[in-house]
Ligand binder design. Structure first.
Ligand code: FAD
Length: 355
């Protein structure tokens, strides 16, 4: 009897595995993480102002291209996060067409001879990688590659994730919070909190990360059935044509405008994007597409000087995991980040249950 009393005094009344993990943010990062945690048996509650299916320029995940492209100039650790994401996206493309993930051909034309840390590392991950012959790419480029890659149509993927999370037993609460402290008060029994609030981390009272900044993106959606090949110009000029087979069209871009929050499409940018896309992929994008086949996409990327945060901090009895600042690559890193966060939650679990 004495021993039992000793245990009840030391161990919280709710066992670790039954305390919900609280995620702030329901973009691709928060939702992919929720899915992976739920698949591993952890209870999850997401709190967010914008939820899957919502459309607001500040909700970046609604507007992404979204292509998986091996980023150049990143660390081996970050490359691995992209590789893990590729593995998950490939499985969804093969087994869950409703996820909006599709396998497409990619043609990448490279302006400068590739350096040691170029995007060519992707050949270890993407299938059918092949160096293009000089007559297979426009003469202004130094080389090129073709490979199979994955595109995620966010107009299908975010609603798919929302449903998946509910089906797996997760919960959404639609709410704006002013601070992480507000979340701690809402869930006093929880010990793991994940900050996946994107640009929200700039203004949350107890985060106020000054490195975060909004980076406006604007794309053109062009309706066409020639939507099975991705074109990517790798170099100083930032141009892509990303297929969206499930929406019967392609997304043309791109542009990055730091600290610009304008919601209206800028038609000068749109015309320039169409002209660049036509030069890159004339077989798909005509010089003057019919206005009836065009629509415009505007979204704010949650960028961060020095790159994203993915780390764990002990704050008193709580573990706070930060995963924000993914800029223009949130989809390409998403499931790798989610799996890394699951491992951090498992570490917290181990420390809480092996006393
Ligand atoms: C035009 C465009 C094209 C892009 N193309 C690509 C691409 O091809 N490939 C790629 O990988 N990426 C692409 N991206 C980038 C990608 O969209 C982002 O990196 C990604 O969506 C970021 O996801 P996130 O979950 O971190 O943030 P978000 O999607 O912005 O979600 C943030 C969440 O936090 C919530 N939140 C924030 N603050 C608070 C608060 N105080 N209280 C409550 N809730 C809060 C929001 O409501 C939201 O739910 C593109 C982006 C744009 C705009």
């Amino acid at each position: 009897m004495g021993e039992l009393q000793h245990y009840s005094a030391d161990i919280p009344s709710v066992p670790f595995a039954q305390r919900p993990v609280i995620i702030l943010g329901a973009g691709i990062i928060g939702c992919a993480t929720a899915k992976q945690l739920l698949l591993n048996g952890f209870p999850v509650i997401l709190v967010a102002e914008f939820l899957p299916g919502d459309q607001d320029i500040r909700y970046a995940s609604a507007w992404a291209g979204a292509a998986w492209h091996p980023a150049g100039g990143i660390s081996a650790e970050w490359r691995y996060l992209q590789a893990v994401t590729h593995r998950h996206l490939l499985k969804m493309a093969q087994e869950e067409p409703e996820s909006g993930v599709c396998i497409v051909d990619a043609l990448e034309y490279v302006e400068q001879p590739p350096s040691t840390n170029s995007s060519a590392w992707g050949k270890a991950v993407a299938s059918k990688w092949r160096d293009l012959q000089p007559d297979e790419y426009p003469s202004e480029f130094s080389c090129g590659w073709s490979y199979k890659t994955l595109v995620t149509d966010p107009t299908h993927h975010m609603p798919y994730l929302g449903k998946k999370i509910i089906d797996l037993g997760g919960q959404f609460i639609q709410k704006h919070v002013g601070s992480l402290e507000e979340l701690y008060r809402m869930f006093p029994e929880s010990s793991v909190f994940i900050n996946a609030s994107g640009l929200g981390s700039k203004t949350l009272k107890d985060v106020q990360d000054d490195k975060c900044f909004p980076e406006r993106g604007q794309n053109v959606f062009y309706k066409t059935d020639k939507c099975r090949t991705l074109y990517f110009r790798n170099g100083q000029e930032y141009t892509y044509v990303i297929p969206r087979p499930m929406s019967h069209g392609v997304v043309l871009g791109g542009v990055k405008q730091a600290d610009d929050l304008s919601p209206e499409p800028d038609m000068e940018i749109a015309h320039d994007e169409i002209a660049r896309a036509h030069r890159l992929a004339p077989e798909i994008i005509p010089e003057s597409p019919s206005e009836d086949d065009l629509s415009y996409i505007v979204g704010i990327r949650p960028s961060r000087q020095g790159g994203f945060r993915l780390d764990s901090e002990q704050q008193g009895n709580r573990i706070v995991l930060s995963a924000y600042g993914f800029g223009g690559g949130g989809y390409a890193f998403s499931y790798g980040v989610a799996d890394a966060l699951v491992k951090m939650v498992e570490k917290a679990e181990q420390e809480n249950v092996i006393l």
